[in-house]
Design a protein around this ligand. Structure first.
Ligand SMILES: N[C@@H]1[C@@H](O)[C@H](O)[C@@H](COP(=O)(O)O)O[C@@H]1O
Length: 240
């Protein structure tokens, strides 16, 4: 694992954004794995600026998102479909048919998992962007998820629902399940870029980097990835 410590969130966002922009410039047909949550917002803003400045084009870039809540229509303000539209897709030229997000609408969620997994199996993700949950989750792979797990219907941990309550009016409104890439899918990316900011992430970052590789801390699987880079600000790095 390569660890890059930066001073603050702005630097974190530009450092991560620069790595992604460099990849898109050198490999215009690359495939990006994308993440949601508040941490990647600055990274997406950086990429939008570079696109608007005419520095990079996403015309031939493919994207695969990590996860999607179940029980929210895609039009819901907190769906990850909507998040990606509002924060990245509506501002850059990633073609509609090249954007992939798990579909968690409709009755047969297992079929939706299988369909997404089949797409992932055909793809090679060049760079997977990740945030981290305060309990060490990646995507929505919660503690206890087997490392050989592929795309699946996951039960959200209570801690995750509490953490994400800030985006909803009440805890009751936070979905209890989601479709997520599995750890096996995530680990198949050629490179991984995990970003974390703030004191609330210090403990899980320390466990991920210095703790044992264990299913109890899903992000610890990244210790076994040949090309994983972690960018942390000083607060998130404070227990390393
Ligand atoms: N499914 C997402 C994760 O992909 C994300 O990494 C995590 C942390 O989010 P934040 O960046 O808002 O702390 O939140 C959600 O649970």
């Amino acid at each position: 694992m390569k660890i890059i410590t930066v001073n603050n969130y702005n630097e974190l966002s530009s450092t991560a954004g620069q790595i992604i922009a460099d990849l898109v410039s050198s490999n215009p047909r690359c495939t990006l794995g994308l993440a949601t949550g508040s941490t990647p917002l600055g990274t997406y803003q950086y990429l939008v600026k570079r696109y608007q400045a005419g520095d990079i084009s996403f015309k031939d870039v493919q994207t695969f998102n990590l996860d999607e809540y179940c029980g929210l229509p895609r039009t819901h303000p907190e769906s990850y479909f909507r998040f990606m539209h509002d924060n990245l897709f509506s501002h850059v030229n990633i073609q509609m048919q090249n954007r992939h997000i798990p579909c968690a609408e409709g009755g047969d969620l297992q079929s939706q998992c299988d369909a997404y997994n089949a797409l992932l199996r055909q793809a090679t993700v060049d760079l997977q962007l990740l945030g981290i949950g305060s309990n060490g989750h990646i995507g929505f792979c919660e503690p206890g998820t087997p490392f050989d797990q592929e795309t699946f219907l996951t039960q959200l941990a209570e801690k995750t629902r509490q953490d994400n309550q800030r985006f909803f009016n009440s805890l009751e409104e936070v979905p209890t399940t989601a479709i997520t890439m599995g750890i096996k899918n995530i680990m198949q990316a050629k490179s991984i870029l995990l970003i974390a900011s703030g004191k609330g992430k210090a403990e899980c970052i320390s466990q991920m980097v210095n703790g044992p590789v264990t299913e109890a801390v899903p992000a610890s699987a990244l210790q076994q990835h040949p090309n994983a880079t972690i960018i942390v600000d000083e607060e998130a790095a404070s227990l390393l």
